[in-house]
Write a protein that binds this ligand. Structure first.
Ligand SMILES: [Zn+2]
Length: 251
């Protein structure tokens, strides 16, 4: 026989268990809702593919982290790759694979400035076979003149890079040299053309295909549209379009 006291104690213990169990259920439910909401918010993420953050170029989305953060496959200008989270890229906490930090030890003190980064990217895409843009530059025979392989000489010829301008080759099939280069804005690079208001990439003849997350390049020849292909980066698509302009329009 159970005495009254013991019976009461058992009852108490039982209800205590009940409370703990309920609290556990509630906690789990909140956790689940939290995770689902997080997933939902994350799925509305901004697409970073094709964007540049310092020396990183975002190539494509590549899975999620343990905490369901979107991971982006990124390629450094030097060719190194890494998986990075949106917040890491957008906060500016990481600007390169570490190569930038190493170069910061040089004498001229220009490392990290827009001018230096332009020079560095040019050298990389023309000379580094591992660079993502190599096939459209070095791989096509686009070279950097011997003097410009040294930053100091490039700087002497070109001066500081003006705000929002990029280095442009006057003749697209010739390489980078004092004679063939100038600082130009994207609109100057396409002087005789107006960008359509419905343009999705900012570059004429290149459009952003949302569904496929690719840049598509096209060109009009004698009222016919020729598809030049789809590319992961805006830079690639722009280069292909420029080559086509030269080939078909003799620009
Ligand atoms: Zn690097």
């Amino acid at each position: 026989m159970i005495s009254d006291l013991t019976y009461n104690d058992l009852n108490k213990a039982d209800s205590l268990h009940g409370v703990i169990r309920q609290a556990t259920y509630l906690f789990s439910a909140f956790l689940l809702i939290g995770l689902l909401l997080r997933g939902k918010i994350m799925s509305k993420k901004i697409n970073l593919a094709g964007q540049k953050f310092g020396r990183w170029l975002v190539v494509k989305e590549n899975g999620r982290s343990k905490w369901r953060d979107v991971l982006w496959e990124c390629e450094c200008e030097c060719g190194a790759t890494s998986l990075l989270k949106s917040c890491e890229l957008r906060s500016g906490n990481t600007k390169s694979c570490g190569c930038l930090k190493k170069e910061l030890m040089t004498k001229h003190g220009m490392v990290g400035t827009p001018t230096y980064e332009t020079w560095h990217a040019m050298i990389q895409r023309c000379t580094n076979k591992n660079n993502i843009h190599y096939s459209y530059y070095g791989g096509r025979g686009i070279t950097v003149c011997k003097a410009w392989l040294k930053f100091e000489n490039f700087f002497k010829d070109m001066g500081e890079r003006p705000d929002r301008l990029t280095i442009e080759r006057l003749k697209n099939n010739l390489g980078y040299s004092k004679e063939n280069c100038c600082w130009a804005s994207r609109s100057e690079q396409r002087r005789n053309q107006r960008i359509r208001s419905d343009n999705t990439s900012g570059v004429i003849g290149v459009s952003w295909v949302k569904e496929r997350k690719k840049y598509n390049a096209k060109i009009q020849i004698k009222h016919k549209t020729i598809n030049l292909g789809s590319f992961d980066s805006l830079e690639q698509a722009t280069e292909i379009r420029k080559n086509a302009e030269q080939k078909y329009w003799n620009k």
